[in-house]
Ligand binder design. Structure first.
Ligand code: GLU
Length: 428
C-alpha cells in the first residue's frame, strides 16, 4: 500500500526534530540563496510516494510476527530513486521521507544521475537470528518488487543492513523476475556484482572531506587532532585513513563509551563494529570517556559518525572543535547548526562528507549494467576525483555567497534539481 505522504508544510520548532522537519527547514533556508521557481521548492517538500508494507516473519519458535516496512521515494527528476534500507526500531514513514530528501540533495551535490529514496523495516536487527534476517529481507524484497528496479529505485545498505542483506535482496528480486538483475541494489559483495571499495567509501569520503577542510583552513593534517564518534564502517574507515594520512586520532567511541589518548590512538588495532561488535572499550587506552564527552573534546576536527541528532541546542555551545565533518546522516539539529555557525565552527555537511557511499554505489550500478568489474584502484581514483569536483563546486558557493558549507551544498544541489525540473516541466 502507498501511505499518504506527510503533507504539513511547516512544523512547530522542536529540539529533536525529525529528519523530515530538519530536511524541510534546510530546504527553505537554501531556497533563499538560489534564484529558484517557488513552485519547484513546494514540490520538493513532498515525496513522490511512500510505500508502506507489512512484512510477516515466522520466528524460530514457530510464532508469526508482522513488521512494518517502508520505501520513501522523494524525487526522481535526475534519475532513479537511490538510497539505503535501514533495519532499526525507530524507522517510520516520516523518518524515511526526510532521509530520502537528503539522498536527493546528496546525489545532486555529487552530480550523480539519481534521485532520492530511503526505506527500511521497524525492527531491532539484534533481536533476529541470521536466518530470520534473511527471510525478513527476502519477504521485504518481494513486497517492494513493484516499486524498485535498476531503472526505478535502487536500494543500498544503511543502518542495520550490510552487503549480505543486499545479496539476499538481489537474489529474492532476481528469482521472482526470472533473471539475475544485480543492478537492483548496490552495496552487494563483489562476488555477486558488488563494487570493490563500496564498503569503505562513506568513511573514505568523510576522510577526504576532513582533509580538504583542514587544508582549506590553512592547517596541516600532521598537526591535526581528530575525535570520532561511532566506530562502524563510516567512523572506523574515516579514522584509519586520517591516521594513515598523518592526523592524530585522539578519541574513538561506540555505544559503550570512548577510548581517549591525547598522544593518538592506533585505530587499526581497535576493532570496528563489523569486526567485533561494541568492543571498542576492550582495546585499552590511557583513558576512557563517555560517548557524549567525545563530542566536546578540544580537538581540531570532530567527526560524528554514529547516529542522527547528537549535536543539539543543548550541547552546541560546548562543541570545542573548529571543524565538524558529518560522517552520519543528520547528526546536527537545525537549531544546533545556527549556534555552531554563530560560534564560527565550520560544519561540512553529511550530503557532501559521507557521499562516497552513494558515489561508489553509482560506480557499482554502472559496473552491473555493463557487466564488468573495476579494480579497487580505479574505484578509489574516481571517488577521489568526484569528491574533489563536488568539494570545489560547494567551496565556490561558500566563497561567492559567503554561505555555510551546508547552505552552499544545498545551493549546488537545488540549482541542479531546479534546472532539471524547469527543463522537463510540470506534467500535465
Ligand atoms: N545509505 C547510504 C547513504 O545514506 C548509501 C546510499 C546508497 O548507496 O544508495 O548515503
Amino acid at each position: 500500500m502507498t501511505t499518504t505522504p506527510p503533507t504539513q508544510e511547516t512544523e512547530p520548532e522542536d529540539e529533536l526534530d525529525s529528519a523530515l522537519v530538519t530536511a524541510r527547514r534546510q530546504l527553505e533556508r537554501a531556497a533563499t540563496h538560489v534564484d529558484v521557481d517557488p513552485g519547484v521548492v513546494t514540490r520538493l517538500k513532498h515525496p513522490t510516494r511512500v510505500e508502506q508494507v507489512s512484512v510477516p516473519l515466522e520466528r524460530e519458535d514457530g510464532s508469526v510476527e508482522v513488521f512494518t516496512g517502508y520505501r520513501a521515494q522523494h524525487d526522481d527528476v535526475r534519475g532513479p530513486y537511490k538510497g539505503g534500507l535501514r533495519f532499526h526500531p525507530e524507522v517510520t514513514a516520516e523518518e524515511c521521507t526526510g532521509l530520502s530528501m537528503w539522498m536527493t540533495w546528496k546525489c545532486a551535490v555529487m552530480d550523480l544521475p539519481f534521485g532520492g529514496g530511503k526505506g527500511g523495516i521497524a525492527v531491532d536487527p539484534k533481536s533476529l537470528t541470521d536466518d530470520e534476517t534473511e527471510r525478513l529481507t527476502r519477504r521485504f524484497a518481494e513486497e517492494l518488487r513493484d516499486v524498485v528496479g535498476p531503472t526505478k529505485d535502487v536500494p543500498a545498505p544503511d543502518m542495520g543492513t550490510d552487503a549480505q542483506t543486499m545479496a539476499w535482496f538481489m537474489d529474492a528480486y532476481s528469482m521472482q523476475q526470472g533473471e539475475t538483475i544485480p543492478g537492483v541494489v548496490t552495496g552487494k559483495p563483489p562476488v555477486v556484482g558488488g563494487s570493490y571499495g563500496r564498503e569503505e567509501a562513506p568513511g573514505r569520503s568523510t576522510a577526504i572531506a576532513a582533509r580538504e577542510a583542514v587544508d582549506y583552513y590553512d592547517r596541516d593534517l600532521s598537526e591535526t587532532t581528530v575525535a570520532v564518534q561511532g566506530f562502524g564502517s563510516v567512523g572506523a574507515n574515516a579514522a584509519r585513513l586520517l591516521e594513515d594520512w598523518g592526523a592524530t586520532i585522539v578519541a574513538v567511541s561506540d555505544v559503550n563509551g570512548a577510548l581517549y589518548d591525547p598522544d593518538g590512538l592506533d585505530t587499526h588495532a581497535v576493532p570496528t563494529h563489523e569486526e567485533e561488535p561494541e568492543a571498542v572499550l576492550e582495546h585499552g587506552a590511557p583513558e576512557t570517556i563517555s560517548n557524549e564527552d567525545v563530542l566536546e573534546l578540544d580537538v581540531d576536527v570532530l567527526i560524528p559518525a554514529a547516529v542522527g541528532n547528537v549535536i543539539t541546542a543543548d550541547n552546541a555551545d560546548a562543541i570545542a572543535a573548529d571543524i565538524v565533518v558529518e560522517g552520519a546522516n543528520g547528526p546536527t539539529t537545525f537549531a544546533a547548526d545556527t549556534i555552531l555557525d554563530e560560534r564560527g565552527v565550520h560544519v561540512i555537511p553529511d550530503i557532501l562528507a559521507n557521499a562516497g557511499g552513494v558515489t561508489v554505489s553509482y560506480f557499482e550500478w554502472l559496473q552491473d549494467i555493463n557487466r564488468r568489474q573495476w579494480s579497487l584502484e580505479r574505484v578509489n581514483e574516481e571517488l577521489e576525483e568526484h569528491m574533489l569536483e563536488a568539494w570545489a563546486d560547494v567551496r565556490d558557493e561558500v566563497e561567492a555567497k559567503d554561505l555555510t558549507w551546508r547552505d552552499a551544498a544545498y545551493v549546488v544541489a537545488l540549482s541542479r534539481i531546479a534546472e532539471a525540473k524547469a527543463t522537463r516541466g510540470l506534467w500535465p
